[in-house]
Design a protein around this ligand. Structure first.
Ligand code: ASP
Length: 408
């Protein structure tokens, strides 16, 4: 394969580097000497000079696996973690073939044997309930195979907690770990979190925690990862490597870079390989998650009711207050729709018995979801509405089904 080294002149500066493939026809993408990629607007470029062509041998790598180790299934779905370095350009491209992944992380073969699946490649902002159902079915099939000891799912961070919550409900009678992991920095960067996260996720997949988990960097160091429950975590930082944190919950375990696992909680479901996983891949898409804001008009609610939404989670202020101008409409809406209340404070719980606006909302028929986080509440509501009538859904929303709620 040939790659081009170019010198690009703009009004302000001259850049030299490898020409990368650009997905935007208006932008020229270059990998600079220092390893960073830069995008330059075509209209701001004064000249492009081709310096030389370099030839790169395309090599085929066959990864030998140690047959005496336990087997893990890895499902790569896209996002920063599911990318590989393209040595011909120095850039990163999504993993499209299973072999690509093991080629990028050869050290993993000392931990387990792997089967790798790539059912779709998406930035996680594009993932919908369609992908959740697909993943749940794939996981159930894998988990019911005796030789697979756990499943690791590589996922973009943006909506990882929604997918983890969806699988926590869709996979019933879980027998082995299902572990989501991610990267905030791609593997071509020195500060990448991809390797430690993936290694710790594989160790978690071999552990005795039979829950849907999220595993990733604990803090800014490269020393440990934390193991979080899929229904009780959320992306809490847009750039830091410790992107996910436990919300209203303790991390279940800590995994050190030297492979040691320290249990931090006793409250988790244990591995039981005799169990058979059942999958309930159902979801009602007419469900909304609304963040309340000062002065929000009740017309917003009207819109969803007109469009026949069957469930709405309102992320309210503090203990569960919203403007009293919504109360009458909520009372009417509760006849055809399940309305749930969570808090914008993220940490803590809602309580209808402290302030009058919350009490009125509760009396109007809204369900106060204790310490359930909004994203998990949204997913649970859609999953229940995909199966049951309103009465049953209201009853189950306040029952703990996948460690998603601590009832007071
Ligand atoms: N936008 C990316 C995604 O969520 C970010 C990441 O991979 O972490 O897919």
């Amino acid at each position: 394969m040939k790659i081009k080294i170019v010198r690009v002149k703009t009004k302000h500066k001259i850049y030299e580097g490898k020409l990368l493939e650009s997905y935007d026809p208006e932008i020229i993408l270059i990998k600079l000497e220092n390893g960073y990629n830069i995008g330059l607007k075509k209209k701001e470029i004064l000249s492009i000079e081709e310096m030389e062509e370099t030839k790169i041998e395309e090599k085929e790598t066959k990864i030998e696996q140690n047959k005496s180790l336990k087997k893990i299934a890895i499902i790569a779905t896209g996002g920063t973690i599911a990318s590989k370095v393209d040595y011909s350009t120095g850039g990163v491209t999504p993993v499209k073939k299973p072999e690509d992944l093991l080629e990028s992380f050869p050290e993993l073969k000392e931990i387990a044997q792997f089967e790798v699946y790539v059912p779709f490649v998406l930035d996680s902002s594009q993932v919908t309930s369609r992908e959740w159902k697909k993943l749940a079915k794939i996981c159930a099939n894998l988990l019911n195979r005796e030789e697979i000891k756990g499943v690791v799912i590589l996922h973009g961070t943006d909506t990882l907690h929604y997918t983890a919550a969806a699988l926590s409900f869709m996979l019933q009678n879980l027998n082995k770990p299902v572990v989501f992991t991610f990267a905030q920095r791609s593997i071509d960067r020195g500060s990448s979190d991809a390797y430690l996260n993936l290694k710790c996720a594989c160790l978690a997949a071999l552990s005795d925690i039979a829950e849907v988990l999220v595993v990733g960097h604990e803090d800014m160091n490269d020393l440990s990862c934390i193991v979080l429950r899929g229904t009780k975590t959320r992306k809490m930082h847009s750039t830091k490597r410790a992107a996910f944190q436990a919300i209203n919950d303790l991390p279940i375990a800590r995994i050190y870079h030297d492979n040691k696992i320290e249990m931090l909680s006793k409250n988790y479901k244990k591995r039981n390989e005799k169990k058979k996983v059942e999958v309930v891949p159902l979801f009602e898409d007419k469900v909304a998650l609304i963040k309340f804001f000062p002065g929000a008009s009740p017309e917003i609610l009207e819109y969803f009711i007109k469009k026949k939404y069957r469930g709405i989670v309102i992320e309210a202020f503090g203990l569960g207050q919203i403007s009293e101008s919504w109360i009458q409409r909520i009372k009417k809406a509760c006849k055809k729709c399940v309305i749930c209340i969570t808090t914008q404070t993220i940490h803590g719980k809602v309580d209808p018995y402290v302030y009058a606006p919350a009490r009125k909302l509760h009396e109007a028929g809204a369900l106060f979801l204790e310490d359930m986080i909004s994203e998990t509440a949204y997913v649970k509501l859609g999953w229940l509405l995909g199966q049951y009538d309103l009465k049953k859904v209201k009853e189950l929303m306040l029952k703990n089904l996948a460690n998603e709620v601590n009832m007071s």
